[in-house]
Write a protein that binds this ligand. Structure first.
Ligand SMILES: *Cc1c(COP(=O)(O)O)cnc(C)c1O
Length: 408
């Protein structure tokens, strides 16, 4: 097999994106304008939501969603310990307190742990569809209904995921279904579809969309495009303490074409994930990532789990062995309580034992449409080679390692 390095991720950018970016640059309108409006329209049609607001990152999307719901000082927001730091940062940006509720066997936030974390200060739940595997939304929506809580989905990994037959973010028009108040997507460079940096928030409510739009553009009452067309380009009113979170037309030019290819991207990811699953099925040293047959997994990440009690090496050595074979791997995520900044503060809630136990076992393998099938098979062969060479007689205990002290 070729010894050319297989990076952890390579984005799929084609001639369509290049042409659209060039056309945008030549058009004379670079910031939020007609292409962003087009991207929003196509995105909301794709997921089946009545409203979509483009923002310049997933992080910005989480922040404006929390701010638009009026969440702030004295409020608690429940989320998972196994997520990217910005899920937690944005809760703090609005002045609220993040509360971590542990994960379940599938790696996603556990609804029972959420239930145990609810207090009279709880205002919202932010579930994260880890790796693109949808959370148990019916259980989360039921809790939210019972306790009068908002739900903001962190769907940074879930563009192209389906929950029980419906795209993540969909708002069925009959009005009979539970839906979230906001669903936040990320178009960061490594995500299932990208604009370099970017994000989108879908919502069932017109008022919520309008408020997020206003907050994402300095709290101005009209965005620049509307001012240009309606007032000759000069008049605006600042009606709130807003942010600079709008998506440019240069980025939307990329997003429009990434979105049109998303289904194909996810199909290829699914196919490659199945190859990995089949290759690892009989390998006792590893465990394939959880899936849910009732849902559509976008396979943003292929999070292999190492059975450390059957291995003489730890996760760090495993990743080094892959690197020696010209393969890039990653870890999603370092649990929130292990970062020095978050460790210093009391995040409340209950124990994150399961997240801390899973963490040393997870390795994200390369999985993206730019890979060729032979590269996927090469990665699978290398994984098997590494774990076979590192096989150890089964021990009853996990390898001793630094066990982090929890602060609750
Ligand atoms: C990437 C990511 C985000 C943040 O998205 P950005 O577009 O990078 O700001 C939030 N949550 C999760 C789980 C992510 O992976």
């Amino acid at each position: 097999m070729s010894n050319k390095f297989i990076p952890f991720h390579v984005p799929s950018i084609g001639a369509e994106e290049l042409r659209e970016v060039e056309a945008t640059l030549r058009s004379g309108w670079l910031t939020t304008g007609p292409r962003t409006a087009q991207f929003e329209k196509e995105f909301k049609n794709y997921v089946g939501a009545p409203h979509a607001v483009a923002v310049n990152s997933g992080t910005a999307g989480l922040h404006v969603a929390l701010a638009a719901l009026g969440i702030g000082e004295g409020d608690e927001v429940i989320t998972t310990p196994l997520t990217f730091c910005s899920t937690v940062h944005t809760i703090m940006h609005v002045g609220a307190k993040p509360i971590l509720a542990d994960i379940g066997a599938d790696g996603n936030i556990d609804p029972d742990a959420i239930a145990r974390s609810i207090t009279n200060r709880t205002r919202a739940i932010i579930p994260v569809h880890l790796g693109g595997l949808p959370c148990d939304m019916n259980a989360i929506w039921a809790l939210a209904r019972r306790h009068g809580l908002y739900v903001i989905e962190d769907a940074a990994h879930a563009a192209g995921s389906h929950y029980q037959g419906r795209p993540i973010g969909m708002v069925p028009p009959d009005g009979d279904h539970d839906v979230s108040d906001a669903v936040v997507f990320s178009f960061y460079a490594t995500k299932n579809m990208t604009t370099g940096e970017g994000g989108m928030v879908t919502t069932p409510r017109e008022s919520m969309a309008a408020r997020m739009r206003m907050l994402s553009l300095h709290g101005m009452s009209r965005d620049a495009w509307n001012r240009y067309t309606e007032h000759g380009g000069w008049y605006y009113e600042v009606v709130a303490g807003g942010f600079k979170y709008n998506l440019t037309d240069i980025q939307s030019a990329i997003g429009i074409h990434q979105l049109r290819k998303l289904e194909t991207f996810v199909e290829i990811r699914r196919c490659y994930a199945q190859i990995y699953n089949a290759e690892f099925a009989g390998v006792k040293e590893v465990e394939i990532p959880p899936d849910d047959p009732r849902s559509g997994h976008s396979w943003h990440l292929y999070m292999l789990r190492l059975n450390l009690d059957r291995l003489k090496i730890d996760r760090r050595e495993f990743i080094e062995e892959l690197r020696r074979r010209e393969i890039g791997a990653s870890v999603h995520f370092i649990p929130v309580p292990l970062h020095p900044y978050f460790a210093r503060m009391s995040l409340g809630g209950h124990s994150c034992r399961r997240a801390l136990e899973l963490y040393p076992r997870i390795v994200s393998l390369p999985l993206y449409p730019e890979m060729r099938e032979e590269q996927v098979r090469y990665v699978a062969d290398c994984v098997k080679e590494v774990v076979t060479a590192a096989r150890s007689p089964r021990r009853s205990m996990l390898k001793p390692g630094p066990v982090p002290v929890e602060r609750t």
